[in-house]
Design a protein around this ligand. Structure first.
Ligand code: DP6
Length: 325
C-alpha cells in the first residue's frame, strides 16, 4: 500500500505588511501583519516517499536544495527523520511573481507532510511549522482574515472567510515573470541597509492596530488608506536599500495613479503591492465591475494586463491517501 499526503492552501495577501525579521534563525517577523487568505488561487501539493528528495513545481523538475533546511526541520518535528520525499506542487496562478505563492506553497507542503505522517496537528501547530518555510505561510494555514504579530511563532485567525462576504480582491497581473529578488533576501537588505527601516518597524504597530479596528467594523473607507500606507512605507525601505530594490514596473505605477483618479471620482478601491510588480486592489462586490471596466479602459489598451478576482478563502485542507497496489 502506498501512502500519500495531499494538501491544498491559498495565498495570504497582506493588508498590513510583514517586512523584515526579528530573528533570522527563528524566522519571526519584525512587524506584525494583517492578511487575508485568497479564494480562487490554489496550491495543491502531494508527497510520497522516495529514495531522495525530489520536487516538481508546476510540471517542471525543480532543485530540492533550497527546501532542504525546511524539510529537515519538519521531518524532525514530524518523526520522519531519515525519510525522503517526492513532492509535486501545482499553482493555479503565476509562481514567484509577487502573488504570494511562497505562502500557499509552504503551507501546502507543511500540510501534505503532516498528512503523510498521520500527525493530528492543530492549525496553531501547523502554523508554527509552516513559519520555518516562509513567514507568510504561517498565515495561509488559516482562512479568512489573519493576524501574525511581531516576534510571534504562529499566526491566528481574526475573522473567518464569511466575515465580510462582499470583500473582493482584483489582482492586476502586470508580469508573470519570476521576480528579480526573492522577498527573503530583499527584506534582509532593507533591514541591513535602509536608513528608514527603523522607522518602518517603529510605526507599524500603530498601523496594525488601526487597520484591525477598521476591519472589525468592515469599514473600507478607513481600512483602505491604512493599507496603502503600509505598502508604501514598506516600499520606502526597499527604494532606500543599498543597492535599491525596485519591483515596480511602468504598468504598476500607471495602475496606482489611475486608482487615485478613480477614488477622486468616488470609487472606493485601494491597492497594495508586495515584492513584485503586481497591483492587488480591494473593493466591495458592488464596485467590482466598474473597477474592472475602468482599469481595462484606462490602463490596458495593450491588453497585457490580466485580472484575477478573489474573495476571502479557506485555510489549509489536508488528506491522507492510502493507495492499494
Ligand atoms: C511583501 O513570507 O515571502 O509578501 O518569511 O522570508 O519567506 P519569508 O518571507 P515572505 O515575505 C512576505 C513579504 C510580503 C508581505 C507579507 O506577505 O506580509
Amino acid at each position: 500500500m502506498k501512502i500519500m499526503g495531499k494538501a491544498t492552501a491559498r495565498p495570504s495577501l497582506a493588508l498590513v505588511k510583514y517586512w523584515g525579521k526579528q530573528s533570522v534563525r527563528e524566522n519571526t517577523p519584525a512587524t506584525g501583519s494583517l492578511a487575508l487568505t485568497l479564494d480562487g488561487l490554489v496550491t495543491t501539493t502531494t508527497v510520497e516517499e522516495a529514495e531522495d528528495d525530489r520536487i516538481v513545481l508546476n510540471g517542471r523538475v525543480g532543485n530540492p536544495a533550497p527546501y532542504k533546511t525546511f524539510l529537515d526541520e519538519i521531518r524532525d518535528q514530524l518523526g520522519l527523520g531519515g525519510r525522503f520525499f517526492s513532492i509535486v506542487s501545482d499553482n493555479s496562478f503565476p509562481t514567484a511573481a509577487g502573488l504570494a505563492s511562497s505562502s500557499s506553497g509552504f503551507a501546502a507542503l507543511t500540510g501534505a507532510l503532516a498528512a503523510f505522517a498521520g500527525a493530528r496537528l492543530t492549525p496553531k501547530e501547523l502554523s508554527r511549522l509552516a513559519r520555518k518555510g516562509s513567514g507568510s505561510a504561517t498565515r495561509s494555514i488559516w482562512g479568512g482574515f489573519t493576524v501574525y504579530e511581531a516576534g510571534a511563532k504562529e499566526a491566528y485567525q481574526e475573522h473567518d472567510e464569511d466575515f465580510w462576504p462582499e470583500f473582493r480582491v482584483l489582482a492586476a497581473v502586470v508580469s508573470d515573470k519570476p521576480k528579480p529578488e526573492g522577498s527573503r533576501n530583499a527584506m534582509e537588505a532593507s533591514r541591513l541597509t535602509s536608513p528608514y527601516y527603523g522607522e518602518w518597524v517603529r510605526t507599524s504597530p500603530d498601523l496594525l492596530k488601526k487597520a484591525r479596528k477598521a476591519l472589525d467594523r468592515r469599514d473600507l473607507a478607513t481600512l483602505g488608506p491604512l493599507v496603502r500606507q503600509s505598502y508604501l512605507r514598506m516600499f520606502a525601505t526597499m527604494f532606500t536599500s543599498d543597492p535599491p530594490l525596485i519591483y515596480w514596473q511602468e504598468e504598476s505605477l500607471a495602475l496606482v495613479r489611475t486608482l487615485e483618479d478613480l477614488r477622486r471620482e468616488g470609487l472606493e478601491a485601494f491597492e497594495t503591492m508586495d515584492a513584485g510588480p503586481q497591483v492587488k486592489i480591494f473593493c466591495l462586490e458592488k464596485d467590482l465591475d466598474t473597477l474592472k471596466t475602468e482599469l481595462e479602459k484606462r490602463c490596458n489598451r495593450s491588453g497585457n494586463l490580466n485580472f484575477l478576482v478573489s474573495r476571502p478563502g479557506a485555510g489549509l485542507q489536508t488528506e491522507r491517501l492510502e493507495i492499494q497496489p
